[in-house]
Design a protein around this ligand. Structure first.
Ligand SMILES: C[S@@+](CC[C@H](N)C(=O)[O-])C[C@H]1O[C@@H](n2cnc3c(N)ncnc32)[C@H](O)[C@@H]1O
Ligand code: SF4
Ligand code: SF4
Length: 355
């Protein structure tokens, strides 16, 4: 409820500053799962103005101004919310400053929680007649962009579409900084140089999911642990030389890798990176695998071992760890495991909440 005397509203900046442009060209103002797939529109069917300042966008901003979070049932970013005392809602917005791109799902490996053995990449995420016009279509979105993050749904170095897009954005919008999320296999010095962005990297995220090669091979099918570790060392050097602002390793927690969490934390300390522990999501047709490895589930035989581990002093003393529940997939209830954990330990340790 809004207090009429103070005109107090809870403000979320995301629908003004963030656009996630995802498979098939749908635009979201925040993580798709948190807002249950509420899209502002589609870049292949509508103009920038029709989407960013259209009826659906205005409705979203109005609701947040009214402190009505019914379109944000999975919000895991309460830290971002602030109080404002504006007399009028701001329904129209300038172009966003941060763009997250997930337009091509091509990948060079199959991680067991992302893609099954028989997974077929959908090559129709971008209409064929629009492939050559991608930069043109995206240009109004990039007008005020400071940061572009890619690739949220595939592997950036395995996708010519993603690589060309980065090169073209870097050349047409020289002020844009890049946030690259990758499995790290092809993230070499040479490949980064080919993208022409070595002086424009704001953040690098490498998804590693394991400390040992044996565990890595159980998770990243077709991967190459030694190459990833070599590339991580190079990125660590870049971070130490301040050639990027942020460096993170992603570690999706499962029953296969949870015993290596403390080792990954130690590794991250050495390489000057943060570790982001991701809660497991049930992805598409992978229910059988999910049930086997979903250690977040109280019914999982190893659940208590994970609980013990995250309550150990060593874990609680860890710094630069981010815990992120995952709830990308529309229709799923938020996983409460990480939320409960965060509430329990928030006051006891230095672990950050979600970003
Ligand atoms: C889909 S990938 C795309 C970027 C890149 N290919 C990579 O692996 O970092 C983005 C992140 O989602 C994570 N991910 C994929 N499937 C997941 C699932 N079912 N549950 C939790 N995290 C998942 C990956 O491990 C990765 O860190
Ligand atoms: S889900 Fe949370 S962070 Fe996202 S737009 Fe809604 S309130 Fe903001
Ligand atoms: S590397 Fe990324 S996109 Fe490829 S299968 Fe693994 S999580 Fe999915």
């Amino acid at each position: 409820m809004v207090d009429n005397n103070t005109n107090k509203h809870i403000y979320c900046p995301n629908p003004y500053i963030l656009a996630e442009i995802m498979p098939y060209g749908n635009v979201y103002p925040c993580s798709c799962g948190w807002i249950r797939g509420y899209s502002f529109g589609n870049i292949f069917e509508q103009s920038f103005d029709e989407i960013w300042n259209g009826e659906k966008a205005k409705k979203f901003r109005q609701k947040l101004y009214d402190n009505d979070f019914s379109l944000c049932p999975g919000c895991q970013n309460l830290e971002i919310l602030k109080e404002i005392h504006d007399k009028e809602p701001k329904l129209i917005s300038e172009p966003p400053e941060r763009i997250l791109l997930g337009l091509d799902e091509l990948c060079d490996v199959k991680c067991i929680f992302c893609r099954g053995e028989n997974y077929k990449v959908d090559t129709n995420l971008i209409p064929k007649d629009k492939e050559d016009k991608l930069l043109e279509i995206l240009s109004p979105w990039l007008e005020k962009a400071k940061y572009v993050k890619t690739n949220a749904v595939g592997e950036v170095f395995a996708s010519k579409i993603s690589r060309d897009l980065i090169k073209n954005i870097a050349s047409k919008f020289p002020n844009v900084k890049f946030e690259i999320i990758t499995n790290g296999i092809q993230c070499t010095k040479e490949n980064l140089e080919k993208l022409n962005i070595t002086d424009k990297i704001s953040m690098m995220t490498v998804s590693l999911h394991a400390f040992t090669e044996k565990t890595y091979n159980k998770i990243v099918k077709g991967g190459n642990y030694k190459k990833v570790i070599k590339n991580i060392e190079y990125l660590s050097q870049m971070k130490k030389e301040r050639k990027m602002d942020r460096f993170e390793l992603h570690f999706t927690v499962t029953s296969i890798n949870y015993k290596e969490i403390l080792d990954i934390i130690k590794l991250c300390r050495r390489i000057d990176a943060k570790v982001r522990l991701l809660g497991l999501d049930c992805s598409r047709d992978l229910e059988e695998t999910y049930n086997k490895i979903n250690i977040q589930d109280k019914k999982h035989p190893d659940y208590n071992k994970l609980v013990k581990l995250v309550h150990s002093q060593e874990f609680l003393n860890a710094k630069d760890v981010v815990i992120q529940g995952h709830d990308y997939f529309v229709g799923l209830e938020p996983i409460s495991f990480w939320d409960n954990l965060k509430n329990k330990i928030r006051n006891k340790c230095k672990i950050f909440g979600v970003l």
